[in-house]
Each structure stands twice: as structure tokens, then as C-alpha cells.
Write a protein that binds this ligand. Sequence first.
Ligand code: HEC
Length: 214
Amino acid sequence: MMNKYVVMVSLAVLLSACGEKAEKAEAPAEAPKAAEQAQQAAPAAAPAIDQAALAEEAKSAVQALGGTLKGELEAAMKAGGPVEAMSICNTRAPEIAKAVSAEKGLQVSRVSLKNRNPVMGKANEWQTAVLNDFEAKKAAGADPATLAHAEIVGGEFRFMKAIPTGEVCLTCHGTNLSPAVTAKLTELYPEDKATGYKLGDLRGAFVVVKNLTQ
Ligand code: HEC
């Protein structure tokens, strides 16, 4: 029974998880198709994996994390400037990610090929491959704001959404940092790799992981 389930699930993955199609989960018009494929691959007896619904869940977690971070960052920049805001990012970013993860019943975080947070910001092997793929698509002309990838791997639903570098980000991730920002960065992140970005560069990606076996 277990074996059969695994086979059916892998079939569903084959049908709907390759880069191209998974990416289309981003577009609402394609979502029913992905769900249909998952259903066709798994007969009624097996639990069908609704990848479109999972993608919606993931996107809502990304929006919750991204929106809260953006709000707190802007408020802190306004209230105390970038050095003050740096301390907020340092403590609040991990806290917010943890709170949203608990609330949504999944793991949401941010990673980068050039990470600032030495632990949580570091992309693992799978995430690195997806980020490299985003970079290649961007180099081929894709708008980074549209880049996303969804896949089921080893009993997990995994989702990544690219984070472009905006104007406000350059204060702490750009090429021309103020001495005060540089000093604070050196103090908090001696191994910081997350500077030198230009407007529109890929800063990294949101990552959502949901365990499907629980
Ligand atoms: C006030 C300074 C500041 C600004 C402005 C800022 N960041 Fe950051 N950013 C940080 C700090 C500090 C961290 C590390 C947070 C941590 O330890 O989790 C960070 C981490 C990140 C990470 C997680 C990956 C990593 O490198 O560790 C991403 C992604 C990111 N920032 C994107 C952005 C984007 C996009 C913007 C603009 C919308 C932005 N940041 C603006 C200070 C800033």
C-alpha cells in the first residue's frame, strides 16, 4: 500500500513538477490544470496532492512574511535611519519568519546566493540550483518579480519566489554604503556577502517548505 502510494505520488510529480509547469502554478489560470493532472495521476483511493492549493498556501505565507518585513523595515528606517533599522532586521526578520511559519503550519524563510545571515540566509544545494535557474532566466530577459518554482521532493512541497532588489534595499545591500551602515554590518555580520547589489538584481528568494507526510 505504502509502495503504491509512493509510485502514484512520483507520477504526479513527474507530470506537474518540472520547472516550466511548476512555474505556471504562479498564474491562477493554470492552477486548475495542475490540480487536474495531480488527480488524473492518482486514482480515487490514493490521497491526491493538490499542488495548486499548496502553491496558494505557500504564496500566502510569502506575502505574510514579505509584507510584515517590509512594513517594519520602512517604519524603522523612517524612525531611526538605516543603522537603527539594521538592528530591527537582525532580530525581527528571524522572529517574523518563525511566527508566520507557526501560524501557517509550514516553514517560510529567505535565502540568497550571497547571504548576510550566516545560518538562515544560506541556500542549501536544492535552493542554490533554483536560484541559479532564476539567475539564468533573468539573464535571458525574465522579470525577476515573476520568477517562482514549485516542486514536490521527498515528501515535501517546496516553493521558491525570487526577491528583486528595490531602491530602498540599496541602503544596506548596495554598492555605496554609508560608513555607519558598513560599521554596523561588520559588527553584526562579519561574514556578510550581501552587498554590491544593483537595482533589479536578484537579492535572493523566499522559501516555503511543507511536509506532506504529517
Ligand atoms: C536597514 C538595512 C536593510 C535594508 C534597507 C534591507 N535589508 Fe535585507 N537584510 C538586512 C539584514 C540586517 C539582514 C539579515 C537579517 C537576518 O539576520 O536574518 C538582511 C537579510 C536579507 C535577506 C535574507 C538573505 C540573507 O542575505 O541573509 C534578504 C532576501 C534581504 N535582506 C532582502 C532585502 C530586500 C529585498 C530589501 C529591500 C526591500 C532589503 N533586504 C532591505 C538589512 C537590510
